[in-house]
Design a protein around this ligand. Structure first.
Ligand SMILES: [Zn+2]
Ligand SMILES: [Zn+2]
Ligand SMILES: [Zn+2]
Ligand SMILES: [Zn+2]
Ligand SMILES: [Zn+2]
Length: 347
């Protein structure tokens, strides 16, 4: 941890920040002197952070049996993420390529090649239609893994959090997908995509989650390469497993899913700059901004302004509870209304 007073005072830190605040345990200091300097700022947040810390166990409570905290990285695998992937023999493979620091930078890649390969055995990844469709809404990773007959040591959740976050947002917004049939389209505006642009095939899972529904998703963000602006990409299969004989390569759709597809349209730029073009093509049922970093990027403000004006339901997610707290303060200051913050959003 870094000393919380770093940068606030002229005198440099006196080594490692080993002194945790007794009140919350969420911040640490290098010295008593730095703790005293920081008190003025910290006293406004200490109680809130303490409350958040009391929920850490709930938020960290994943059912997976793979180790979330891998051993210290070594020279061959410089980051914990690389090391984690290597422990599954997935480092730099297929869909996992953009998961680590060795992978391609989204913005520097002119050609968004879409990898379709899970690079895993068929029992470890969802590469074919589910045996049955979801009858009651899934509320946890455990539900999801059970439904898809995946073992809890499979790391696919690391990539599937993209489509499952969308699934969860649709649940939260109470859109009536059951009333949508094959003719209907669920339209989502998805703001600020980054590395998921290299992993679009994982969104094919939405076909299994919303059988018979056509999903039309506008991907709008500065990371979309300029050369791909306006491109339409249709995903009508799942990521493939590594077994040559598996039926996932034969592409015979089951009857229920023949009309299901996920259709993406790519738009380069910020939402409020592109909004008038985008709504010529589609009026969204829902706007989603995953891992938005609202408090960190002022360019969200005019976007939030637009969303407030058009009155379409919007869901922002952020990296941690404190980021979500700061984001909700920013959004409320624009809308003048308190925000609903459903912290424990299961998936
Ligand atoms: Zn310090
Ligand atoms: Zn504290
Ligand atoms: Zn790597
Ligand atoms: Zn993520
Ligand atoms: Zn397969």
């Amino acid at each position: 941890m870094e000393c919380a007073a770093k940068g606030l005072v002229a005198e440099p830190c006196a080594g490692e920040a080993n002194r945790r605040c007794n009140g919350c345990g969420a911040v640490a200091y290098c010295s008593r002197a730095h703790q005293l300097v920081h008190r003025r700022f910290h006293k406004q947040e200490c109680a809130r952070l303490a409350e958040q810390m009391s929920r850490v166990d709930t938020l960290k409570n994943f059912p997976f049996t793979f180790s979330v905290e891998p051993p210290a990285p070594n020279q061959t695998f410089p980051s914990p993420r690389c090391f984690f992937l290597e422990s599954f023999k997935l480092h730099q493979k297929g869909l996992w390529k953009s998961e680590c620091i060795c992978g391609p930078e989204v913005t520097s890649v002119k050609d968004l090649s879409i990898s379709t390969d899970w690079s895993m055995g068929s029992t470890l990844c969802p590469c074919t239609d589910p045996e049955n469709y979801v009858s009651t809404p899934l509320t946890s990773w455990k539900d999801y893994y059970r439904w898809r007959s995946l073992p809890l040591h499979s790391p696919v959740a690391v990539l599937l959090h993209w489509p499952l976050t969308l699934y969860h947002c649709v649940q939260l917004s109470h859109l009536q997908t059951s009333r949508l049939d094959g003719q209907d389209t669920l339209c989502i505006h998805y703001l600020g995509p980054e590395k998921e642009l290299h992993q679009l095939v994982v969104f094919g899972e939405l076909r299994a989650l919303f059988p018979g529904v056509r999903l039309y998703i506008e991907l709008v963000g500065p990371a979309v390469p300029k050369s791909r602006d306006g491109e339409v990409i249709t995903i009508s299969n799942y990521g493939h497993c590594s077994a040559g004989s598996c039926s996932c390569k034969s592409r015979i759709d089951s009857k229920d899913l023949s009309c299901s597809a996920v259709i993406f349209k790519l738009r380069k730029g910020l939402y409020h700059e592109r909004y008038s073009d985008i709504v010529k093509d589609s009026n969204p049922h829902l706007i989603v901004a995953p891992n938005a970093g609202v408090a960190a990027y002022p360019s969200w403000m005019p976007t939030i302004e637009i969303i407030r004006k058009v009155g379409i339901p919007a869901i922002f997610t952020d990296f941690c509870e404190e980021a979500a707290h700061l984001a909700s303060s920013c959004i409320s200051s624009i809308t003048g209304q308190p925000l609903r913050v459903p912290i424990q959003g299961s998936l």
